[in-house]
Design a protein around this ligand. Structure first.
Ligand code: NAP
Ligand code: G4F
Length: 324
């Protein structure tokens, strides 16, 4: 019998990489999608015939219960969220409903259908916010700086609470920023690599950004989904930081991305107040020691490889789109 895994957020960046990884591991993959008026399967269209898609929403517990009863998954990966930090200031209540309370809805649906299901919660380094320790590890206190970060802290603690209250296998992966050619274009890395490609191909003249000094621990999404799967194969549920242990500024990301196509970022980047945040997370750098020693996990893609991979992918995509 093949193991069944349910992924919420399968149409997102991580959902698509995790689905690919679980298929390779021999799982039956069920992906929960929400109803939209137009299809948004861009990231999963290459594996659509190999996975099963089912309608549901983290805002609707009835749909979660029905899906669990129908598919009887052994593992649930809860990746769905309103995941863009900037939007969480303009839609704080919605962000709390999906990114925070949505976790409780899924955990409680699991508790009522089959408490033996193993659960993965997509927690975030944004929970460390105004960092209380450098580098950040599992024991570092949280100090979130956005409604998104606050909602993720709630999601993390409700996961711990269901583990302790009901003895459920509920695990929280505290993942630092991870990127790829499938990253949404609103996030700074993809915004930069998309702009570099457009400028190089003569399709744009400038790139408007906010805070260039923010520092992030950026890894490759394809590496990070392997850690999610490993967490659910352990004998006990726990919390794990997943990170590279390196940090770089947005400015440095620009320097490498523009440099890769023979341009200087200083000639094209314009700072724009509109992209500044009401409260910033200045520095994130994770300590992945526990994930390395307990899970046997290692990142394989370096920061420079990540940046150049994304620039190359955006150039290829635009050339194709514009028949260049
Ligand atoms: P993403 O690309 O923004 O994908 C989010 C997914 O959630 C999409 O499939 C989206 O569906 C779905 N979704 C949103 N609201 C939903 C709802 N109410 N019900 C059901 N599905 C809903 O995010 P990602 O980068 O893959 O991140 C995956 C998870 O990891 C998120 O929880 C994020 O907060 C967390 N995380 C990400 C990072 C990172 O650096 N990427 C780091 C730490 C934690 P649509 O396609 O229909 O919009
Ligand atoms: O790419 P970002 O929008 O990602 P952020 O806020 O770090 O959040 C991402 O990573 C989290 C993990 O730490 C996830 F939980 C979350 O779901 C998401 O995936 O911004 C990165 C940095 C920020 O400091 C921001 O102020 O880049 C800075 N930045 C500067 N100019 C910009 C811009 N960010 C965006 N999105 N757009 C800009 O123009």
């Amino acid at each position: 019998m093949k193991k069944v895994a349910l992924i919420t957020g399968i149409t997102g960046q991580d959902g698509s990489y995790l689905a690919e990884h679980l298929l390779k591991q021999g799982y039956t993959v069920v992906g929960m999608i929400r109803r939209t008026s137009t299809v948004n399967f861009e990231r999963i269209k290459h594996i659509q015939d190999e996975i099963e898609l089912v309608s549901g929403d983290l805002l609707d517990e009835v749909s979660l219960i029905n899906i669990l009863q129908t598919y009887r998954p052994a593992e649930v990966y809860n990746l769905a969220a309103q995941s863009f930090v900037q939007t969480s200031w303009s839609q704080p209540v919605f962000t709390g409903e999906v990114t925070g309370l949505g976790v409780t809805r899924m955990l409680d649906a699991i508790r009522s259908v089959d408490p033996a299901i193993r659960f993965y919660q997509a927690s975030s380094s944004e929970m460390f916010g105004k960092v209380q320790e450098v580098p950040q590890r599992e024991s570092t206190p949280f100090y979130p700086r956005s409604p998104y970060g606050v909602a993720k802290v709630y999601g993390h603690w409700i996961t711990v609470n269901y583990r302790e209250s009901y003895n459920m296998f509920a695990t929280s992966g505290i993942l630092f920023n991870h990127e790829s050619p499938r990253r949404g274009r609103e996030f700074v890395t993809r915004k930069i690599t998309d702009a570099v490609a457009r400028i190089k191909l003569g399709l744009a003249q400038e790139l408007r950004l906010g805070n260039l000094e923010a520092q992030r621990d950026w890894g490759f999404a394809g590496d990070y989904v392997r850690a999610m799967h490993l967490m659910l194969q352990q004998s006990e549920p726990d919390d794990y930081v997943v990170a590279t242990g390196e940090t770089h500024s947005v400015r440095r990301f620009c320097e490498i991305a523009f440099g890769h196509v023979g341009l200087s970022y200083e000639d094209y980047v314009v700072q724009d107040e509109r992209f500044m945040r009401p409260a910033e997370v200045d520095l994130l750098i994770g300590d992945p020691a526990k994930a390395i020693s307990t899970l046997g996990w290692q990142p394989e893609v370096s920061f420079e490889q990540l940046v150049t991979m994304m620039v190359e992918a955006d150039i290829a995509l635009l050339k194709d789109e514009h028949r260049l």
